[in-house]
Design a protein around this ligand. Structure first.
Ligand code: UT7
Length: 342
């Protein structure tokens, strides 16, 4: 089932993104670095995924924790929006690799940022997390629960990656993206136009992490069997990804009476360049209008779309009045798209 909030121009309030930011670990791990310990090659990884390198956190460094990367992203987003930490009413933190299960990573970020007025929660929708959190921010703002939300997509997935599984580890990287989302009048031209969310728990096995939750404690045996590392059925998820990304792009466009031609920028989840190219082909959408950062950062899960958008906002590609479609899929499986006018 698809949950939709589109379109809602008649309502009193709407929301818009007024600031974006990114934070990445310092350490760059290239494909050649991976080839030293894995039976793989730079050529294979680049051809099959479009990834050249990724950033990997040093777990022992407190400045490279999930919430520390998010702190840098949030500070940049606040600066762009001209806001202070005390202006934030709400922190919605999309992650599947929290600093700790309790407290949530949103509270760690609140502490580091000094955003003490904000209520703070984590949202787990894997790679779709940023769009899920953005949707919740949009709904909260339109209902009056918050006027200024800080939405984060941030991961240190390297902790849960099986670095001996060449079929999955080559994809992932660590990083964080942030957006300040603010209340604007419902008839504003520049605003979030629609959001659509979906999920299909029947497909859980395509991408999952068996241990570490209450189902299975991480014992030495469980760790030795690598049940505390992510399991992915790459080929299967590839096909579902192409279909659902295309479907959710079409749903977003149709519900706003638009065609692919009306879009200025397409910001898909960056799991594999070949998935993105296949979706663009299905939509008959030129790759020049797709915002990409997968080559340099790999798949940073909930951080991919917001960090790719942040880059394009900062270098001036995304301009006021343009239409931007964020379109994601992830473990769960989960899906979603947000269409906005910048
Ligand atoms: O956001 C998270 C959601 N995850 C995804 O969206 C992942 C989607 N899937 C993918 O990106 C791709 O399926 C992968 C990149 C994971 C794999 O690429 P593929 O083109 O689907 O490869 P494959 O699994 O069909 O494997 C083809 C061959 C196999 O060898 P044989 O059996 O043909 O001899 C694999 O063993 O490539 C081999 N292979 C590799 N070779 C060198 C798999 N991984 C590697 C590797 N280096 N890293």
């Amino acid at each position: 089932m698809i949950t939709s909030s589109a379109p809602f121009s008649a309502q009193q309030f709407a929301s818009k993104i007024t600031g974006t930011g990114s934070g990445f670990p310092k350490r760059i791990v290239t494909n050649d670095d991976l080839s030293k310990t894995l039976d793989t090659s730079d050529e294979w990884i680049r051809e099959r995924t479009g990834i050249r390198e990724r950033r990997i956190s040093k777990p022992a460094d407190p400045n490279e924790r999930n919430s520390s990367l998010a702190l840098r992203a949030a500070q940049q987003a606040l600066e762009m929006a001209g806001k202070r930490p005390e202006d934030i009413d709400q922190i919605l933190y999309a992650t599947v690799s929290p600093d700790t299960l309790v407290p949530n990573t949103a509270c760690w970020l609140q502490l580091k940022l000094g955003a003490h007025r904000a209520h703070a929660m984590d949202i787990n929708a894997a790679c779709s997390g940023f769009v899920y959190a953005l949707t919740m921010a949009d709904q909260s703002i339109r209902c009056g629960l918050a006027k200024t939300s800080l939405v984060i997509g941030a991961e240190v997935l390297s902790t849960f990656t099986d670095w001996e599984d060449r079929g999955s580890c080559i994809l992932f990287g660590d990083g964080a993206g942030a957006a300040i989302v603010e209340q604007v009048p419902g008839n504003s031209k520049s605003r979030i136009l629609s959001t659509h969310l979906g999920a299909d728990g029947r497909l859980w096995e395509m991408f999952h992490l068996p241990a570490g939750g209450s189902n299975m404690e991480v014992t030495p045996e469980v760790h030795a069997a690598k049940l505390d590392k992510m399991k992915m059925k790459g080929r299967e998820i590839f096909k579902v990804a192409v279909k659902t990304l295309a479907d959710y792009a079409v749903i977003a466009l149709e519900s706003n009476g638009m065609k692919a031609d009306d879009l200025d920028w397409f910001v898909p989840h960056q799991a594999n360049l070949r998935i993105i190219e296949a979706v663009a082909k299905r939509l008959d959408f030129p790759m020049e209008k797709v915002l990409l950062n997968i080559e340099r950062y790999g798949n940073t899960s909930s951080a991919t779309a917001i960090t790719a958008l942040d880059e394009a906002v900062r270098d001036g590609r995304v301009k006021q009045g343009q239409t931007v479609l964020i379109d994601v899929f992830g473990a769960g499986l989960t899906y979603g798209s947000t269409l906005m006018r910048w």
